[in-house]
Design a binder for this molecule. Structure first.
Ligand code: UDP
Length: 329
C-alpha cells in the first residue's frame, strides 16, 4: 500500500510543485487549500488522477480526515509582503492556529510533519550569511511582523510537539524561491519584474536597489524539502540558493532577458524590507547531501517562458501599485 501525504497550500506555488513530486514518487496525495492566495490552475492537471484527492478547506478550522495519513507538509500561508499587508489576520492564523490543528492531526494519525518556515525568522539580519543558530532581528510590530512572528511561533509550537509529545517533526527555513506558478500579481520581485516587462512597463526597484536577495529555483527547493522530510534531522534547516544578487542588478538581468528596452524607476523602500539575505546552507549540504544546482540564468529563462504563456487576464491584474497605500496603514 502506498503511503498517504497531506499537503496544505496545495494550490499555491510550492504546494502544487510538492503535489507533483509526491504523485511522481507514487504517494497518495491529499491536497488542501482554501484558495485565498492559491490558484486552482496550479493543480488542475491532477484532479483526474486516482492517487490525488483535493479538499477545499481553511486549515485554521478543525481538520477532519478519516483515512490514515503518514506524512503532512504544511505549506499553506500567504508568502509575499503585499499579501501580509492585505490579509494580516489570516497570515497570523494560518501559521499559528493552522499549525496547531495540523500538529494535532499529525499526533492523532501518528504522522510525520514538515513545517514550511522561512528566512523571515531572521528578520533584517545582523549576521550574514544567516546560519540556523542565528536568533534573528525581527520587528514584532513592523509590517512583516504578522508573517515573521507567526512563523517563529510555528517553529516554537512544532518543537514543543516534538519535545512534549515525541512527534516526528521537520522544519524547513525556506529562502527566496522562484519559478513557474508564482502568482504574477503577488508583488514579489520576480513576478513583479517579469509582469512589468511583459506589459511593457518600467521596472519598479524599491529603494536604491542595493538590497540583496539569493534566489533558488523551485525544482532545487522541492528536492531539498523531499530529502529533509526523509532525514532524521529535527532542528530547523536552511534551504535556499546562496547565489546573492542586488535587486538593481537583478532588474537589469530581467530587462536583458526580455530583449526589450525597459527603464528602471525607483520607489521608496518599504518599511521593514531586509537589506541583505543569503542562506548559509552548510547544514543542508552535510545532513541532506543537498545543494541547489540550477543557475540563475537557466531558472530565470524557464520562469520567464512560463510567464509569457499566462493568460492576458492574469497578466493585467496588477495589485502591485497598491503596495504604498498598504504600508501607510
Ligand atoms: N522589490 C522591488 N520591486 C518590486 C518588488 C520587490 O524592488 O516591484 C524588492 C523588495 O523591496 C525586496 C526584494 O525586491 O528588497 C525582494 O522582494 P520580495 O517581495 O520578492 O521578497 P522579500 O524577500 O522581501 O520577502
Amino acid at each position: 500500500m502506498s503511503k498517504t501525504v497531506l499537503i496544505t497550500g496545495a494550490a499555491g506555488f510550492l504546494g502544487s510543485h510538492l503535489c507533483d513530486r509526491f504523485i511522481a514518487e507514487g504517494f497518495q496525495v491529499i491536497g488542501m487549500d482554501n484558495y485565498i492566495t492559491g490558484d486552482q490552475d496550479n493543480i488542475h492537471h491532477l484532479f483526474d488522477l486516482p492517487n490525488f484527492e483535493f479538499i477545499e478547506h481553511d486549515v485554521t478550522n478543525y481538520i477532519d480526515i478519516v483515512k490514515p495519513v503518514d506524512y503532512i507538509l504544511h505549506f499553506a500561508s500567504p508568502a509575499s509582503p503585499i499579501d501580509y499587508l492585505k490579509i494580516p489576520i489570516q497570515t497570523l492564523k494560518v501559521s499559528s492556529i493552522g499549525t496547531h490543528n495540523l500538529l494535532g492531526l499529525a499526533k492523532a494519525k501518528n504522522a510525520r510533519i514538515l513545517i514550511a518556515s522561512t528566512s523571515e525568522v531572521y528578520g533584517d539580519p545582523l549576521q550574514h550569511p544567516q546560519k540556523e543558530d542565528y536568533f534573528g532581528n525581527v520587528s514584532v510590530i513592523g509590517p512583516r511582523g504578522v508573517y515573521d512572528e507567526a512563523k517563529r511561533f510555528q517553529e516554537a509550537l512544532t518543537m514543543a510537539y516534538h519535545r512534549f509529545h515525541g512527534l516526528q517533526t521537520r522544519i524547513a527555513r525556506i529562502f527566496n524561491t522562484y519559478g513557474p506558478r508564482m502568482r504574477l500579481n503577488d508583488g514579489r520581485v520576480i513576478p513583479a519584474f517579469m509582469g512589468q516587462v511583459l506589459r511593457g512597463e518600467d521596472l519598479t526597484v524599491f529603494g536604491d536597489g542595493s538590497q540583496t536577495r539569493s534566489f533558488c529555483y523551485v525544482d532545487d527547493l522541492i528536492e531539498g524539502i523531499y530529502r529533509l522530510l526523509f532525514s532524521d534531522h529535527i532542528l530547523p534547516v536552511n534551504l535556499g540558493n546562496p547565489d546573492e544578487v542586488t535587486i538593481k542588478t537583478f532588474a537589469k538581468e530581467i530587462i536583458a532577458l526580455s530583449g526589450s528596452a525597459h527603464k528602471i524607476k525607483h520607489q521608496p523602500l518599504p518599511e521593514g524590507d531586509p537589506l541583505k539575505r543569503q542562506p548559509d546552507i552548510s547544514l543542508a549540504k552535510k545532513i541532506l547531501n543537498w545543494s541547489p544546482f540550477i543557475q540563475r540564468t537557466e531558472g530565470m529563462y524557464k520562469t520567464f517562458n512560463h510567464f509569457k504563456g499566462v493568460s492576458k487576464s492574469k497578466l493585467s491584474k496588477v495589485e502591485h501599485k497598491d503596495f504604498k497605500k498598504h504600508i501607510k496603514l
